[in-house]
Design a binder for this molecule. Structure first.
Ligand code: TMP
Length: 229
């Protein structure tokens, strides 16, 4: 299969029939690629977690790019034209939100949606809807629709993870166009979500790696174990 794109942790291949095959590699990165490691088995683990979350969204009628598992570390997806915005939903303050606004980690937020411009060279700056529309990334109506989709995805993921002893603090999704429909694309995994143990508050996600707090796969395996039960 022809390699279409090699991202920091995933590779996308053309599957000829109009779909793509997205492979999770064993890479892990943080700080816009400043920190990089390979952790054997990570790709397989992420593929399994991602499969559960996308099947959940599909079963709730959310339009997504996810078709089905393809191999141990890859899945088949509809080819979408990605909108270069990272769509972040926050239930609890963490990460860049705390840094930007001087807010204490863990503060309960009404679910809020933020947009970031997906541009490594600019270090993914926060972008408001007005600027995103002005620069032509999407129309106002599309941005409103993306916000609605993101909040709906949040509700589904939040309720599901809560039932498995996990607090969904925040997450990022990407969306794209396919046949004039906006689909949820990319991945949903401990690389792109903050999952906190509902009792202890311990991170079960990439913050373990960002903050060099041990083997991130221990947290990732725990997420998989809980959401599979
Ligand atoms: P942030 O607090 O660093 O803005 O991240 C918010 C959420 O988005 C967090 O769950 C991590 C996720 N995220 C990504 O998946 N990719 C990214 O490039 C960034 C900046 C955040």
């Amino acid at each position: 299969m022809e390699l279409i794109r090699r991202g920091k942790v995933k590779s996308v291949y053309d599957n000829a029939d109009g779909s793509v095959i997205i492979q999770f590699r064993d890479d892990i990165t943080a700080g816009n690629g400043a920190k990089h490691d390979i952790i054997e088995g990570k790709g397989i683990l992420l593929n399994e977690i991602n499969e559960i979350f996308f099947n959940l969204l599909n079963s709730h009628g959310v339009a997504t790019h996810y078709v089905k598992k393809f191999s141990a570390n890859a899945f088949k997806a509809k080819k979408v034209q990605i909108i270069p915005l990272e769509v972040v939903v926050r239930n609890y303050a963490a990460g860049s939100f705390c840094k930007r606004y001087g807010i204490e980690k863990g503060k309960k937020l009404e679910p809020i949606v933020e947009f970031f411009l997906k541009d490594d060279a600019l270090e993914d700056p926060l972008i408001c809807k007005n600027v995103a529309a002005l620069l032509g990334y999407a129309t106002f109506a599309q941005l409103d629709r993306i916000e609605q989709i993101a909040l709906n995805v949040n509700q589904i993921l939040f309720d599901f993870t809560r039932n498995h002893g996990i607090l969904l603090a925040d997450f990022k999704i990407e969306v794209g166009f396919c046949d004039n429909t906006i689909l949820v694309a990319d991945e949903i995994s401990p690389d792109t979500c903050r999952f906190w143990d509902a009792e202890t508050g311990a991170s079960l996600d990439k913050d373990i790696y960002r903050h060099s707090e041990g083997d991130p796969l221990i947290g990732y395996r725990e997420v998989l174990r809980r959401i599979s039960s």
